[in-house]
Design a protein around this ligand. Structure first.
Ligand code: ADP
Ligand code: MG
Ligand code: MG
Ligand code: MG
Ligand code: MG
Ligand code: MG
Length: 696
């Protein structure tokens, strides 16, 4: 989560007093970057992924799987491993990945702390470049990361890529070591304060969100009603008789409604793992274009990567993590939520600071006013300051929208003097606006370019899948730029899609608003001036005059299959066919094309329902487990076997072995047909699944 400043973290009442100063300084720093970097040109098309892991303590005999709280020790072991820095050969058992590490100039992967003390994050040692061949290095690099991580853990510890630990917060022990719940920072009934990274930033984040809200966060997920689930269902783990903290009244005041799994702490959300990708644009104009064009893809990719069907030991009636994280960090006051009349200059705020995007920011003339959020909340004074500083209306509106938030963690030491050679105050607000897209300005030293981060995807169990979704998004991005694609739909429709993406099996059962014709129509190339004239150095192609006609005619409701593979009637071409024509338009050698095809195949099949999402696979695993009583309860033993299966899949994968013979329910529905051979036509042939090392 970025660089961690040290110092005296202020409690909420003091943060509240200093918030205007943080915002003011943050805006000054932003204008400084803006003025320095707005004309930056020809930055390289770099990009990088982030993979997050849960660290579990697992053994075959002990039926209880635990979350290992040794993040700090593991990171320390990684940092102290001098051999590691020499890369290749140093970490035991590198086998097929060591060649990759040895023959590319990429340094060894980088490991980062995360909110959960049971989490790790790993990124490539340096960002990936424009080369298509680099796309083939992603999967080996992800495997290398997992191997390195594992090599610095205890024999019973494993890095796994499940979005959430199925029994986090369940009664009994679920952390290693054990700590009792209900500490002063989180005040959770279910999880101990020790579940969070002990660095002062993290417990302060949780405590100050709770304080600002005036009560604990309420993370209520609808329970999945199976045939023997009581109806109405009352969360049996909620304790109505606790009296440790004032917040223990929350459940007595109705925080835990019937038919919902009730959770009450940031760890239930920010303890989730995801897959993120950051793209550097050649200049700010291209960055703004990518931000807008990738935004409508967010909910689609969320639904397609669905992997989160269990919380606190119960099957949920949703498939993805998104809204749970949103609620887990929702710092809004009752006034802002509309539950109490407004006082004291407060304003209604329709969304949590973790939410789908509310702005489009591009200078693209195809961006119609009708696409923008009519209810957008922004700070008019801040917007004016940005306009006065030379920023254009659209981007000023975006940042003035992010800056409606208070900072949550503020260090006394940072408030002594404004340093315009830093971006700390800007980043304080920016990096605690967790939207599904993030527009990242260059750092103060201007050494890198304008970047866009794609944040909605759920992490997948194998590195093959994670590489597939990563590579797919990179190719989609290239196609967007190469074909000047237009995915605009009204931002409110993106919001609705985000909700729809939560439904169980949304990938097959839901429809999503999506633009019918993504190709640019260019009746005239004569226009030379863009919608927003304030952008210096724009090497951007000209665009036709602003389109007209009813906005509603531009989009339709489509299934994920329609969007990914194309509609039957050919109205919408499909993202995979678009990517294919992009690949056709450039020179790709047969073997690269074949490897890319194995990724596109996985995605196409998931969209079509030929293969299961991770969430569906997990549901079926639980459903067919002999111990499961069809009452929505995922007990320690079912959890043990699920995690055991995930570990077994991971071990086979990282050893470069076939999955054949692994007796895991539904595995062929998750991964079947991948990593067979490549035909001479550059198409993947679907042989036995799971072979990761023998492509010819
Ligand atoms: P954050 O947590 O703020 O998103 P991280 O540093 O964890 O940031 O991850 C950022 C990702 O961006 C990494 O994969 C990294 O390799 C990649 N990256 C670093 N520099 C660049 C760059 N100039 N352009 C694009 N991606 C970059
Ligand atoms: Mg992270
Ligand atoms: Mg990161
Ligand atoms: Mg981060
Ligand atoms: Mg990130
Ligand atoms: Mg519906």
């Amino acid at each position: 989560m970025g660089l961690l400043a040290l110092g005296t973290a202020l409690d909420w009442p003091d943060v509240k007093k200093r918030a205007p100063q943080v915002r003011e300084w943050g805006i000054k720093q932003l204008l400084e970057i803006w003025n320095k970097a707005k004309g930056k040109e020809r930055d390289a098309l770099l990009w990088g992924d982030e993979v997050e892991y849960l660290v579990v303590t697992y053994s075959e005999d002990d039926k209880r799987v635990l979350l290992s709280l040794r993040q700090a020790e593991i990171l320390e072991a990684l940092a102290e491993d001098k051999e590691l820095k020499k890369k290749g050969g140093c970490v035991p058992d590198l086998q097929h990945v060591e060649q990759v590490a040895a023959d590319k100039s990429n340094p060894i992967p980088v490991f980062h702390p995360e909110f959960g003390r049971f989490m790790l994050e790993a990124t490539p040692g340096k960002p990936w470049g424009i080369g298509l061949k680099e796309l083939l290095e992603v999967e080996p690099d992800m495997k290398l990361r997992r191997k390195i991580a594992k090599a610095h853990m205890l024999p019973t510890e494993y890095p796994i890529t499940l979005t959430t630990f199925p029994r986090i917060g369940a009664p009994g022990q679920f952390t290693d070591p054990y700590y009792p719940a209900s500490g002063p920072r989180l005040r959770s009934q279910f999880v101990p304060d020790e579940i969070a990274n002990p660095h002062i930033r993290f417990p302060t984040l949780a405590a100050n969100i709770r304080s600002r809200r005036g009560r604990k966060v309420e993370v209520n997920v609808p329970v999945f009603h199976d045939k023997d689930t009581p109806n109405p269902w009352k969360d049996p783990t909620v304790n109505y008789d606790l009296h440790n903290w004032p917040e223990d009244d929350d459940v007595r005041n109705g925080a835990a409604p019937d038919n919902f799994i009730h959770m009450d702490a940031m760890a239930f959300g920010m303890g989730s793992c995801c897959l993120q990708i950051t793209f550097q644009a050649k200049n700010i104009v291209e960055g703004r274009q990518l931000y807008d064009q990738l935004s409508p893809l967010g909910p689609i990719m969320l639904a397609l990567t669905a992997a989160t069907p269990i919380y606190k030991g119960f099957l949920a009636n949703t498939d993805v993590r998104w809204n749970q994280i949103s609620r887990a960090v929702d710092c809004r006051t009752p006034e802002e939520l509309g539950e109490k009349p407004l006082t004291d200059g407060a304003r209604r705020i329709p969304k949590s600071r973790y939410a789908s995007n509310s702005t489009y920011i591009s200078t693209d003339s195809r961006l119609r006013k009708e696409y923008l959020d009519p209810d957008l909340v922004f700070d008019a004074d801040i917007k004016q300051q940005l306009l006065n500083g030379g920023m254009d209306d659209r981007l000023a509106t975006h940042f003035a929208h992010l800056f409606i938030r208070d900072p949550i963690v503020v260090f006394e030491e940072d408030l002594q003097e404004l340093d315009l050679n830093k971006t700390d105050h800007f980043e304080n607000i920016q990096s605690t606006n967790w939207q599904h897209m993030r527009f990242k300005p260059p750092p103060a030293d201007n050494s890198i370019g304008w970047r866009v981060e794609f944040r909605p995807m759920e992490i997948q169990i194998t590195d093959f899948e994670n590489a597939a979704f990563t590579v797919f998004m990179v190719l989609v991005t290239r196609a967007i730029l190469s074909f000047d694609l237009n995915f605009y739909v009204p931002i409110k429709r993106v919001d609705e899609n985000m909700e729809r993406a939560h439904a169980v099996d949304a990938v097959l059962k839901e429809k999503f608003y999506f633009r019918r014709n993504p190709f640019p129509s260019r009746p005239s190339r004569a226009n030379t001036v863009m919608g927003d004239e304030s952008h210096p150095g724009s090497a951007y192609p000209s665009r036709p005059a602003t389109p007209s006609g009813p906005v509603e005619d531009e989009y339709d409701e489509m299934t994920v299959n329609d969007i990914i593979n194309g509609t039957d009637n050919g109205d919408f071409p499909g993202l995979i066919p678009i990517v294919e024509s992009y690949l056709d338009s450039i020179n790709v050698d047969v073997s690269t094309r074949c490897q890319l095809a194995t990724y596109l195949d996985l995605i196409g099949k998931r969209a079509r329902g030929d293969l299961d999402t991770t969430a569906r696979w997990i549901r079926n695993f639980v459903d067919t487990h002999p111990r499961y009583k069809h009452d929505s309860v995922v007990d320690d033993e079912v959890n043990h076997d699920l995690i055991g299966a995930v570990i077994a899949i991971g071990e086979r994968e990282s050893a470069g072995q076939n999955f054949a013979g692994l007796n895991i329910h539904g595995l062929s529905r998750l991964l079947n047909g991948f990593r067979g051979g490549c035909g001479g036509d550059g198409k993947a042939s679907n042989g036995t699944y799971g072979h990761t090392n023998g492509n010819t």
